[in-house]
Design a binder for this molecule. Structure first.
Ligand SMILES: Nc1ncnc2c1ncn2[C@@H]1O[C@H](COP(=O)(O)OP(=O)(O)OP(=O)(O)O)[C@@H](O)[C@H]1O
Ligand SMILES: [Mg+2]
Length: 387
């Protein structure tokens, strides 16, 4: 018996993406990497693990997967390196080959390789490029590295280094001597992901950034067929609710669960109760976000509002931005005497980052952590006073 909740398979989408990723046609840009963006909790990681990975493997690729959010305490650069090390570790031939390359003695105990994995990584004897090239040569397969929540990589220097190392690896493996390396990166925020590819000094300059399609009617159909409540749900009605829930499967799941535990529920009441429960789930998630926003100091709130209104154009310390904070501050806290300046704004930004509301790239570019926060603030009129 499998106790995991069932997953709706998106095989066709996965096959299509897999063949585009592995394409080696003239003019194909997939070799620079592919970026997929979709909002939070809409099924990106599930798709990568359950659908895309098997589809790529089926098409003959060797897939490495790393979720840079899976362990927030570990440096993202370190996580990328560990993923490559783990892949080598599973392949004794590659380990032996790399050991010979750097002159490690493999004769002492035959068959036992004395290559320490610490010698593979950034700025050590064996570069990621060497390691991946040897792995791909040994397997005689292209390698696809899936980096989930890739925007996290540019929040640390080591993360940046890892991206540059991967760029070098990609250029090496995509040369005619090897079998190819494709990098697929996902993230929940388009602006942030775009930073990995927009400027020429970025590792994935020019790589295509596409909107990853949200779960659609066929998912809702599947959900309605399998939900097993005392009365069936109408897929059309559920689709409308799913759209209201920003295509987040968990909201439908939580509503169904609430109904399942209501032992007095009458079959005739199922559709109305399901709708009420979905709406309640949505509003409780919003209330939670608003509670965090409402507990900010006036300056923190002003900084967040200006950032949300300006989005990609936000420049935290410019004269014009400082005066925008001031306008907002006077509007939301008329009795506040504080004047925004470089140092208190810096503190406010740090506080917002610690609360998980904003994201900072190492070189000081900021963005709102979740797009939904921005939408919610706009809906609530919290951005109306931003000049
Ligand atoms: N195809 C699917 N079938 C059933 N449930 C799904 C499917 N895709 C996602 N879910 C459910 O939706 C929730 C969010 O999925 P997932 O973690 O894959 O999303 P995500 O976009 O990677 O989220 P995050 O932004 O937190 O990284 C999970 O509870 C998952 O079980
Ligand atoms: Mg995820």
């Amino acid at each position: 018996m499998n106790a995991n909740p069932p997953i709706f398979k998106r095989t066709k989408l996965a096959q299509r993406l897999a063949s585009q990723i592995l394409a080696n046609k003239v003019g194909s840009v997939a070799s620079s990497g592919l970026f997929l963006a979709a909002p939070r909790r809409t099924g990106k990681s599930t798709f990568m693990r359950e659908d895309l990975r098997p589809a790529l493997e089926h098409s003959g690729a060797h897939v490495l997967y790393v979720d840079l959010w899976s362990n927030k305490a570990t440096d993202p650069g370190e996580m990328i390196v560990s993923t490559v090390r783990a892949a080598l570790h599973q392949n004794a031939n590659v380990m032996a080959r790399l050991a010979r390359k750097i002159g490690v003695n493999t004769i002492a105990v035959p068959g036992v390789v004395e290559l320490s994995l610490n010698q593979v990584g950034l700025g050590v004897a064996i570069s990621l490029s060497d390691a991946l090239a040897d792995l791909s040569d040994e397997l005689k397969k292209p390698i696809v590295l899936i980096i989930d929540e890739a925007q996290h990589a540019i929040t640390s220097d080591k993360g940046y280094d890892a991206l540059f190392a991967l760029k070098a690896a990609r250029d090496e493996l995509n040369s005619s001597q090897h079998n190819g390396l494709r990098i697929v990166a996902t993230g929940s925020n388009r602006d942030k992901l775009a930073m990995l590819r927009n400027s020429k000094d970025q590792a994935f300059f020019g790589a295509p950034l596409v909107a990853f399609p949200a779960l659609d009617e066929s998912f809702v159909q599947w959900f309605c067929e399998g939900v097993d409540l005392p009365a069936p749900l109408d897929p059309k009605a559920v689709m409308a609710l799913f759209a209201k829930a920003s295509n987040r499967p968990e909201i439908l799941g939580a509503a169904a669960e609430e109904l399942r535990f209501d032992f007095e529920l009458q079959p005739g009441d199922v559709p109305a109760r399901f709708e009420a429960s979905v709406l309640a789930q949505i509003s409780s998630a919003e209330k939670e976000t608003l509670r965090v926003i409402n507990s900010l100091t006036p300056l923190q709130s002003a900084v967040l509002r200006v950032m949300a209104a300006r989005q990609a154009d936000f420049a935290p310390f410019q004269e014009d931005t400082l005066s925008a904070y001031n306008v907002v501050l006077r509007s939301i806290a008329p009795h506040e005497t504080l004047e925004p300046d470089g140092s208190n704004v810096q503190q406010a930004l740090m506080a917002l980052q610690n609360k998980g509301l904003i994201w900072k790239e190492t070189r000081g570019v900021y963005a709102i952590e979740e797009g939904s926060t921005m939408d919610l603030m706009r809906q609530q009129g919290m951005l109306d006073m931003v000049p």
